[in-house]
Each structure stands twice: as structure tokens, then as C-alpha cells.
Design a binder for this molecule. Structure first.
Ligand code: SAM
Length: 209
């Protein structure tokens, strides 16, 4: 299967089990495939993270960490320790082999996470809270596990094919006073050589204090 069709396969998963199987199957070549498509989110999100999260913020949750490509530049910048969670054991195994996470656990976004309230000083989630992957309700429990005043940094699709339930969740939680928007990039082509029609923004929100 080509790298483009593996991306498509992951979007088409109808259940968490299908999603997990799609990523387990893809894990060994995922990073090589995405880099060949010009995957821009890790560099952009790392730039945004370093501007908006204090160097001593710890611990940090990487929600939907995959093989760890998003945490890598931040660990190199001295951030951490990182806890990573992901649905796919195959992806977690790739992350584990890098030795950059203090803890890696299989966990599904969208329901209640197995962490206490306010467990993390900052939360990162890239490429994961998106149609066919983690649902818009994921934000609710990510806010619960973030410390008051802590930052949540995440990518969100921003193009005509985005499911309006995702931006609606941002607005719902802002109206409810659960967090406040701090910053968002301009829309950027996230994989220009693979999916030129797909754009994302990197968002920064601050959990209510
Ligand atoms: C496009 S990858 C992004 C991985 C990594 N953050 C990156 O930027 O490369 C999406 C990841 O989300 C995971 N995933 C999909 N649905 C999920 C869910 N409901 N809960 C947790 N992880 C999920 C997949 O297993 C996969 O590793």
C-alpha cells in the first residue's frame, strides 16, 4: 500500500479497533512515509510550544503521541519528562524504542483518561484530534488533566473538509470558561507533497485557573 493510501486507510477507520489496527499495521514505516510527504506539524508545533510553554513546565502529556516524532524536538530542547498515550501499541513500541518518554501507555482519547485531575503542566496533541481519529470530546478530559493555568498545544484541521464539530468544541469550552484561546498560527499545509489540500493550525489554549 502506498503512503498516501495508508493515510487514507487511517481516516476511514470506523471504530477505535479499526483505527488501532490501521496504525499497528503502519507503525514501522509511518514516520518515513509522513516525512516523505513533507509532514510540517512537528516543526511548527515545536516552535509554538517553545514560545508558549515555560522551559520548566513538567510533566508534559503527549496525547496521541504515535511514534514520538512530536516530542523529539522538544526533548532535544530540554523539555520533559513526557508521558505519551496512544491507541496503537505498534506506534507506542516505536516511541518506546526512542527512549525519550518517562512513561508510555495505551489509552483512548474521547473518554475519561486514567490520570488524576491537574496531572500535567502542559498538554500536547498533534495530528490526532481529527476526523476518523480522536473525537472532539477529547478536549474535555485533556482540560481536566491539565493544571490550572497550564497550556494545551494542539493541531486542528482548518480546511473545507474539516468536521465542524471540532471547531464547535473549541468554542463550547471557551464559552463554558474551561479555557481561553491564547494563540493560533495561520493555516499551514501540513503535508504538501502528500495531501496538498489539507491545512492545519496550531492552537494554544490556557486552562482556566
Ligand atoms: C497522525 S498520527 C499522529 C501521531 C503523532 N502525534 C505525530 O504527530 O506523528 C495519529 C495518532 O493518533 C492515534 N489515535 C487515533 N485515535 C486515537 C484515540 N482515540 N486515542 C488515542 N490515540 C488515537 C493513532 O494511533 C496515531 O498514532
Amino acid at each position: 500500500m502506498s503512503e498516501e493510501s495508508k493515510v487514507g486507510h487511517s481516516y476511514l477507520a470506523r471504530t477505535p479497533q479499526e483505527q488501532q489496527a490501521a496504525y499497528d499495521d503502519w507503525a514501522a514505516t509511518y514516520e518515513r512515509d509522513l516525512c516523505a510527504m513533507g509532514y510540517r506539524i512537528p516543526a511548527m508545533a515545536a516552535a509554538v510550544f517553545t514560545r508558549h510553554v515555560a522551559p520548566d513546565a513538567a510533566p508534559i502529556l503527549d496525547a496521541g503521541c504515535g511514534g514520538g516524532i512530536q516530542a523529539e524536538p522538544l526533548v532535544a530542547m530540554g523539555y520533559g519528562p513526557f508521558t505519551g498515550i496512544d491507541l496503537s501499541e505498534g506506534m507506542l513500541a516505536i516511541a518506546r524504542a526512542k527512549g525519550i518518554y518517562a512513561e508510555l501507555r495505551q489509552m483512548a482519547l474521547g473518554g475519561r483518561l486514567d490520570f488524576p485531575d491537574h496531572a500535567f503542566a502542559a498538554v500536547l496533541s498533534c495530528g490526532t484530534i481529527t476526523p476518523g481519529h480522536a473525537p472532539p470530546e477529547s478536549f474535555d478530559d485533556l482540560i481536566r488533566v491539565t493544571r490550572p493555568g497550564g497550556r494545551l498545544i494542539f493541531s486542528l484541521r482548518d480546511d473545507a473538509a474539516q468536521d465542524p464539530a471540532y471547531p464547535a468544541a473549541l468554542e463550547r469550552l471557551t464559552q463554558a470558561g474551561a479555557w481561553r484561546p491564547v494563540f493560533a498560527t495561520e493555516p499551514l499545509q501540513s503535508m504538501p507533497y502528500g495531501e496538498p489540500e489539507v491545512f492545519h493550525r496550531i492552537h494554544v489554549y490556557e486552562r482556566a485557573g
